[in-house]
Write a protein that binds this ligand. Structure first.
Ligand code: FB9
Length: 498
C-alpha cells in the first residue's frame, strides 16, 4: 500500500472536518490543530478549491509587527529606560554608559533627555545624572501592547513608525466551507493509461483527470540568438534588399597602411597613437603591401596631387607597416575599393560590412574597447552628397528611423562629412545614429579608380541600436562575460521598423 503523503493526511483531515463541522472559519487555527504548517494546509486548500471540492474565502489582515530592534526593547526595556537604570545616584560618565548600552546609547540619551529623565552637572558635560527616581517605560508598554495585538493611539503608531520600530505586515488566511463538488475522499484521477492499468484491467473503472488544454508546454530548451546577432541579421537583410554585397571582414589584425594611410589619414593624426589604437607587439609589422600603390599613397601624403596640396610631411614606411587591431571596418572598405580599382573596366559597387572594431577607449555604460561597426558604401560615377542623403534616408527608414537630420562633421578620409541624427519617438529626442561622407580623391585616385568615380559611405554601431531596441541600459548586459542570459531568453524578437 503506497505510503500516504503528508498532504494526503492533511486533505483527509480537512475533508473529514468539513464533513462534520461544515466549515473551517480560520485556516490558521485549523492548521495548528492538525499540527501542520499553515503553508502546507494552503497548498491542499488551493488544490481542493481548484476542483471545487472546498470553497475558500481569503481573509486579509494588515497588522503592525515589531522590528527585531523593538522586540529587544520589549525584552530589555526602551533605550532611554535602560539608560536611566544604568545611572547610579552619583551619576556616571558618558563613556561608561556608552560601554554599557552599546548602540542603544545614542537613542537612549536623546529620548531620556527629551523626557527630562537625565541632566548634567554645571560645567561637566561628561557626567550624566538621573533627574528621576523611576521611570514609566511607556515605549516598552506600547510595544508590548502592539505585540499582543491590542489597539494603540495613532500618534503612538506614527511615533513608533518614525523610530522604525514597527512595520506593516499583511497576513492572509482562509475560511473554508464545502464546495459544490465536495467529497469525503477525493478520487485520485488517473492522468495516464499505464501498462499496469491495461494488464490489471482496472483502467475500466478509472476516472481520468480532465485535459488542461491551457497548460503551458514544457519550455523547449532551445538556443537563443544573441540580440546583437538578431539586429545584425535584420540590418544585413536591409543591405541585401538595397543591393549591397558583404565585404570580407575576417581579419581583426590590420596594417596601419590599410587602416589609416590608404584612407589619407596623416601619420601624426592623434587616432594613430596607442592612446586610441591597439598596436601589435607580434606580429609587429606587415610584410605584404602593394609597392606601387604604396608609393602613390606616400606621394599624396607628402606632396598631394589630384588637385590636393597633401599634408606636406615626411611620410614613413615603417609607420605604415605597424600592425594593429583595426579601429574601423573602413579599413576593409579601403582594401575592397583598391581591389575594385584594379578590376578593369570599372564596375559600380555597393558594399557593406558588419564586424568588430577595436578602440583603446575608456569603458563606460555605452562604450567597450570593441564594438561592431556597420558600414555601407556605394562606388559609382557622379555620385553626389544628395545621393548619400537619399541612401541614408532609405537605409534608416528601414530601421524605423524616418526623420533624419545631418550635421556637418569631419573625418580625415571624407569631405564633405556629416553626422546623422534621427528623432527617436520612444526616447522623445534626436539621437546621433551615425557618421557619413564622400571619400576624398586623395584616397580614391591613388587606388586607380577612374576620374569621376565617387564613393559615398556611412557608418554606425550595432550595439547602440540593439541597446535602444531591447531597452538595455548598460552595454555590459549586452556584450561580454556579464551578459545576463535571462535577458536574452526573455527578450522578444526585435522588430526593427520593418
Ligand atoms: O551607432 C550610433 N548611434 C546609433 C545608431 C542607431 C541607433 O538606432 C536606434 C534604434 C534607434 C541608435 C544610435 N553611433 C555611431 C552614434 C553614437 O552612438 C556615437 O556616439 C558612437 N559611435 C561609435 C563610434 O564611437 C567612437 C557610433 C559608432 C560609429 C561612429 C561612426 C562610424 C561608425 C560607428 C562611421 C563611419 C564612417 C564615416 C564615413 C565613411 C565611412 C564610415
Amino acid at each position: 500500500m503506497a505510503e500516504k503523503s503528508p498532504a494526503a493526511d492533511v486533505e483527509a483531515g480537512l475533508l473529514a472536518h468539513l464533513n462534520s463541522a461544515g466549515e473551517v472559519p480560520d485556516s490558521r487555527s485549523f492548521a495548528s490543530s492538525l499540527g501542520v504548517s499553515h503553508l502546507e494546509l494552503v497548498g491542499v486548500i488551493k488544490s481542493l478549491s481548484a476542483f471545487r471540492i472546498v470553497e475558500s474565502k481569503d481573509i486579509i489582515k494588515e497588522a503592525w509587527v515589531l522590528t527585531e530592534e523593538a522586540k529587544g526593547y520589549v525584552a530589555k526595556g526602551s533605550p532611554e529606560a535602560q539608560l536611566v537604570a544604568a545611572i547610579p545616584p552619583e551619576g556616571v560618565s558618558k563613556d561608561a554608559l556608552k560601554a554599557k548600552l552599546g548602540d542603544a546609547f545614542d537613542v537612549g540619551m536623546k529620548a531620556a533627555a527629551r523626557n527630562k529623565w537625565i541632566g548634567f552637572e554645571k560645567g561637566n558635560k561628561d557626567l550624566v545624572l538621573r533627574k528621576v527616581e523611576s521611570v514609566m517605560d511607556e515605549l516598552q508598554e506600547q510595544l508590548r501592547r502592539l505585540e499582543n495585538g491590542e489597539a494603540v493611539p495613532d500618534k503612538v503608531i506614527d511615533d513608533l513608525k518614525r523610530r522604525k520600530l514597527i512595520m506593516k505586515e499583511k497576513s492572509i488566511w482562509h475560511s473554508l466551507k464545502k464546495g459544490p463538488e465536495f467529497v469525503l475522499k477525493r478520487k485520485t484521477l488517473a492522468t495516464d493509461v499505464t501498462t499496469e492499468h491495461l494488464r490489471s484491467g482496472d483502467w475500466k473503472d478509472l476516472e481520468f483527470k480532465d485535459y488542461n488544454y491551457g497548460a503551458q508546454g514544457q519550455p523547449i530548451a532551445k538556443g537563443y540568438v544573441q540580440p546583437l546577432m538578431e539586429v545584425r541579421e535584420a540590418i544585413e537583410n536591409i543591405f541585401i534588399m538595397m543591393g549591397f554585397t558583404e565585404m570580407p571582414t575576417n581579419n581583426f589584425v590590420e596594417s596601419s597602411f590599410w587602416n589609416f594611410d590608404a584612407l589619407f589619414q596623416p601619420q601624426q593624426h592623434p587616432a594613430r597613437d596607442s592612446h586610441d589604437t591597439f598596436f601589435l607587439k607580434a606580429p609587429a609589422t606587415t610584410q605584404q603591401l602593394p609597392e606601387d600603390y604604396l608609393e602613390k599613397v606616400k606621394l599624396v601624403h607628402q606632396s598631394g596631387g589630384y588637385g590636393s596640396k597633401g599634408y606636406v610631411y615626411d611620410w614613413k614606411r615603417d609607420e605604415a607597416e605597424k600592425n594593429l587591431l583595426r579601429t574601423h571596418t573602413t579599413a576593409v572598405s579601403t582594401r575592397m575599393l583598391y581591389k575594385l580599382a584594379q578590376e578593369k573596366p570599372f564596375a559600380p559597387k555597393r558594399y557593406y560590412s558588419i564586424d568588430r572594431v577595436f578602440r583603446n577607449e575608456a569603458v563606460d555604460r555605452t562604450h567597450l574597447a570593441e564594438f561592431h561597426q556597420i558600414e555601407g558604401l556605394i562606388c559609382d560615377y557622379g555620385l553626389t552628397l544628395g545621393d548619400l542623403i537619399g541612401v541614408l534616408e532609405d537605409f534608416f527608414s528601414s530601421l524605423g528611423m524616418s526623420k533624419l537630420r545631418f550635421k556637418p562633421a569631419y573625418n580625415p578620409y571624407t569631405e564633405p562629412s556629416m553626422e546623422i541624427f534621427s528623432y527617436h519617438d520612444g526616447l522623445k529626442k534626436w539621437v546621433e545614429v551615425g557618421n557619413s561622407g564622400m571619400f576624398r580623391p586623395e584616397m580614391l585616385l591613388p587606388m586607380g579608380l577612374p576620374e569621376g568615380v565617387n564613393v559615398i559611405a556611412w557608418g554606425l554601431s550595432l550595439e547602440r541600436p540593439t541597446m535602444i531596441l531591447y531597452g538595455i541600459d548598460n552595454i555590459r548586459d549586452l556584450f561580454g562575460p556579464k551578459v545576463d542570459f535571462n535577458l536574452i531568453k526573455s527578450n522578444p524578437l526585435c522588430r526593427l521598423g520593418l
